[in-house]
Design a protein around this ligand. Structure first.
Ligand SMILES: Cc1ncc(COP(=O)(O)O)c(C=O)c1O
Length: 371
């Protein structure tokens, strides 16, 4: 039976991730230099692995309460109290950061509502907005990926529901300064829209202490995650915190969708909170410096303040043309058009061994000379 008529219109509007396409291309290569994957290259620390194994052995394998196990929520809430001191801030444990983002969108965006997204953006954002019937409104941040609060405010219309920001950002590694965070929080409050802050890379700040617009307004909804921080992306653990009234709605939706975040991973998450990531972050800072030094002479880019990405301008051609040539040379990187309305840049993930980074740097410098 033909099945295309069965597929919903909303699903037809969504294309397969451009990142997956590069993965597929890479499968045919022998020993590729893989700088395409947005996940840490280190293994999950032993204490966290053991906590997950222990949770299985303690038979903690059933459903948990929808909002997440109380020990983990209480740890996070205590942390949030210290950071922000908001009386009304509540937390829900989610199935990865993606789970939190989807629940947030479902909770607040009506069909036809607009979501303002600085461009470049994380690949999922436009699709999540489409899924809930919203409309993405992009605000260009090239060439230095600094968010201009005036341009964000100018994009607000009576239909705007959400301003979605990410710091440190994927794919640029750019961080939003405290001044801009404060301005964005004030704009959101002034216009009665939700500031949704994706802080999955919070641990990976190299030049400054972690910042959040939550320091400037009680109304900010934040998404955080464990996957990147502890190398456990496949375990699917994240959390959202924000005004109780919104978090309550997300809980209601979680009950009938994800049900709960994976149980054993929630218990491992409690132990993860005691793991000191200073060494990991220092290592990634050194990788940031290594890739920047290696490419500085032949590429234009902004030195990223966080996450583990670099987003240089293609030295010739479009992002796609340059990446196609790179893949022919066994180097897997992602064309900028996957994360942007423009196709002029490309993304490197430097979450890799130094030796892999050096091989990638060599290929990129060679390709830059080619045309
Ligand atoms: C900015 C950003 N937000 C959310 C996610 C999704 O993370 P998770 O694996 O926790 O769903 C990613 C993953 O790459 C990301 O880069």
């Amino acid at each position: 039976m033909p099945t295309s008529h069965l597929i919903a219109d909303r699903t037809k509007q969504i294309e397969v991730s451009g990142i997956r396409k590069v993965f597929e291309l890479g499968r045919s290569l022998k020993d590729p230099i893989n700088l395409s994957i947005g996940q840490p290259h280190f293994p999950v620390p032993d204490s966290i692995k053991n906590a997950a194994k222990d949770a299985i052995d303690r038979n903690l394998n059933g459903y948990t309460v929808t909002q997440g196990v109380s020990e983990l929520r209480e740890r996070i809430l205590a942390d949030l109290k210290l950071r922000y001191g908001h009386a009304d801030r509540d937390v829900i444990i989610t199935s990865g950061t993606s789970g939190g983002l989807l629940l947030a969108m479902m909770a607040v965006v009506n069909p036809g509502d607009e979501v303002i997204i600085p461009d470049p953006y994380f690949v999922s954002y436009p699709h999540l907005v489409t899924l809930v019937g919203g409309k993405s409104v992009y605000v260009d941040t090239y060439p230095d990926f600094t968010i201009d609060p005036d341009r964000i405010e100018a994009a607000i219309t009576p239909k705007t529901k959400v301003i979605l920001v990410c710091s440190p950002a994927n794919p640029t590694g750019a961080t939003v300064s405290p001044e801009v965070q404060m301005a964005l929080a004030a704009i959101a409050d002034k216009h009665g829209v939700l500031l949704l802050s994706d802080e999955i890379y919070r641990a990976f700040h190299y030049d400054e202490t972690p910042q959040s617009p939550t320091s400037y307004s009680e109304n900010v909804l934040v998404i955080e995650g464990y996957g990147k921080t502890y190398g456990m992306t496949g375990w699917r653990l994240g959390f959202a915190h924000g005004p109780k009234a919104i978090v309550d709605e997300m809980m209601k939706l979680q009950q009938f969708t994800f049900v709960c975040a994976p149980s054993i991973v929630q218990y491992a998450g409690i132990v993860a909170m005691d793991f000191d990531v200073t060494g990991i972050v220092a290592d990634y800072k050194q990788k940031r410096d290594r890739i920047c030094a290696g490419l500085r002479d032949r590429f234009e880019f902004n030195s990223p303040g966080g996450a583990f990405y670099l987003f240089p301008k293609a030295p010739w051609g479009t992002g796609t043309e340059f990446v196609t040539e790179a893949v022919k040379n066994s180097l897997l990187i992602i064309p900028g058009g996957v994360f942007s309305k423009r196709d002029s840049h490309f993304r490197i993930s430097y979450a890799a061994k130094d030796e892999t980074l050096d091989r990638g740097i060599e290929v990129l410098n060679r390709l830059a000379e080619q045309k």
